[in-house]
Design a protein around this ligand. Sequence first.
Ligand code: BGC
Length: 461
Amino acid sequence: MATGHTRRTRGRPVADSESIRRNVVISSAITALGGLLFGYDTGVVSGALLFLRNDFGGLSSFQQELVTSLLLVGAAVGAAFAGRIADRIGRRLTILGTALIFVVGVLLAAFTPTFPVLLVARVVIGLAVGAASMVVPLYIGEAAPPDIRGGLVSLNQLAITIGILVSYLADYWLQGTQSWRLMFGLAVIPAVLLFVGMLFQKESPHWLVMRGRDAEAREVLARLRAPEEIEPEIAEVHRVNELEQLRTRDLLAPRLRPLVTVGVMLAVFQQITGINTVIYYAPTLLHNAGLGTNSALLANVVNGGVNVIMTIIAIRLLDRVGRRTLLLVGTVGMAVGMFVVTFSFAGGENLRGAAAVTAILGLFIYTGSFAIGLGPVFWLLISEIYPLKIRGAAMSVATIANWAANFVVTVSFLTVKNAIGGMGVFLLFGSLTLVALLYFWLKVPETKGRSLQELEEDLVR
Ligand code: BGC
């Protein structure tokens, strides 16, 4: 086997464990720029809206909601196509195409001459965000060695949270310029970096094997695995791949349905437990509740920081403690956070003094707990639990569900809050979080430390 490996790599030195680690981390980090764009483009709009709404002759609330939520519609559509495209033309080309769409969309938004063109630009950016949100974990998951796959795939979630934090800071720093065009336009930098970075990346080894391109897969794996691991992995991927012919329509077959359901339920719970009401609306909420603009923005930036820090901790723990444990612990924390926020509204809709501090603390507990569990674990699990043959398509289904649920919550949140009050709405989120906890406890499998091929045999058969 070793001779075969050396011959096929044409005398290139075999990578040692140090450089293997470096190669996988660098490759994952470059790809995770897609996550950074996801975070930045979804987060930036909150601050940009403050200036945008005075432009184009003044925007109505509905027009502002359109600017925010059309990205989510685009993302659902992007996710719908990206999986099949990634199965057909490969993961790498799909990410390259996604980076190009990012560049086009971002430039269109920054230089838009009219409001309708801005809306088109937001849809275009959404297409790329949706595609990136699923192809990036897919690509990283297939390139990663099993023992560190959790941490590597979750670099994507870390990049999302960093993107959100950077967008808050950009909004904050660019306040003085009032330039929403610059706020939107800055995203062109990571978009170009993603494109150039991907030019130097190789195709996913599992996808190559699935296409019968073993020689190329071997070359790629030579940089990502110890020499003795390469042939067994290729053989294993072949074996599970040849066990049966799965097609996209088999997603509904009785054997696969439970796994598809788990992915969709994780997606829906990730959104209906309220994360983006906090990520997109926290400054508005705190401001409306009586906090000054500056304190509201500051609390928001700190919340973004908590999100990043807890994601880093999650990355360190996912491959040790396991996905399921972190998910369950994190979900308990989310419920506690939501109930603390609920409690802060006990004295009325206006939060003053201790009530404001309680609300902010509750938000931090909630966001930190999301970041250690449901945030990274959703994206990680959907990159792990599906058979290779339908992985792209099945991830698409879960990702569409995620963006659709995000859209529904985001467009209805302010209206629902006006109708049932702060206490009512956060109590609702807290209760939904308890339902999510019960579901996760009953249905979510542990995937730590297993190869994707082992998981395929265990979960599907
Ligand atoms: C979710 C996003 C959310 C982000 C917050 C992601 O896992 O899919 O909807 O905005 O986490 O960190």
